[in-house]
Design a protein around this ligand. Sequence first.
Ligand code: TXA
Ligand code: MG
Length: 313
Amino acid sequence: MKNIYKNSPKNLSKAKKILKKNNVIAVPTETVYGLAGNSYSDFAVKKIYKLKKRPKKNPLIIHYHSLSNLERDAHINDKFLNLYKKFSPGALTYILRKKRDSKISSLANGNLKSIAVRFPSNKTIRNLLKNLNFPLAIPSANISSNVSPTKAKDVFDEFGKKINFILDGGASKIGLESTVINLYGKVKILRPGAINPNQIKKVLKKKISILKKSKKINSPGLLKKHYSPGIPIKLNCKKSDKKAAFIVFGKKYKKTNNVFNLSRRGDLKEAGKNLYKMLRKIKNLKYKKINVVKIPNKNIGIAINDRLKRASK
Ligand code: TXA
Ligand code: MG
């Protein structure tokens, strides 16, 4: 496809040029693919919101290469540093207090006092970030409320030619969004994700609560309908009829046409990686209904269940 560019030094410098002109491109990360733009530029940030048809109040995550770059934009605290040492670069997003003189566009963080920051581990995006003198605002590369893309072709299916540069870094290794943790005020998980609450608990040495209902802070991960393939989904099913797509987990299920196994060997990580891929596939196959078996609610299973629940709303 014309607008998908493989990861090469030549294409990386093309990507850099486009970003410097405050235009928007699609980029790979280890969690999901994202739409990237200069976070210092109102123009670029507006473009991202418009492309995604995203409510303006829904803040974006700012992506950095390293800690030294973050210091000019956010107030850093001890909890952050401990978590950073363990999980970054990687799939954890931190909510921190924004510095007054930060150059981050206030449109990017919905005019809040806080900003969300992440240090992605994917080599391609790290390489790009290293060569830019501004951090990138990168929300998932889907139209608001749709399923997030986990490969370059998914981004094309979502936006077609509206994005003229999609950087191909292969399939996302994790396949589910980062965990969002609030570190400005009460420590809380705002969006379950690739890093699970237990892992975080071990570092902070205290129990971490998961936010149930969104109040003022508007997180799309907390909006009712989200991550939706646009087909009715029924959860905790024991069996399914032939007309519905049946999403299962574990080895006891027959391999028939309408059965989509998240992980035959019962591996939650593998299931996390397959979830969005299968939801897209089921949608393309024009199923009218999806039934899903019960998925263990531990480790990354917490994030899988969170997404399924919202997709079913
Ligand atoms: O894995 C990921 O995090 C992907 C990849 C591309 O990095 N990005 C992603 O971004 O999922 P997005 O925009 O789809 O989701 C960002 C989440 C939303 O739930 C948003 O509300 C929350 O982060 N968020 C951003 N800034 C916030 C803030 N200041 N306070 C609370 N929540 C915030
Ligand atoms: Mg998203």
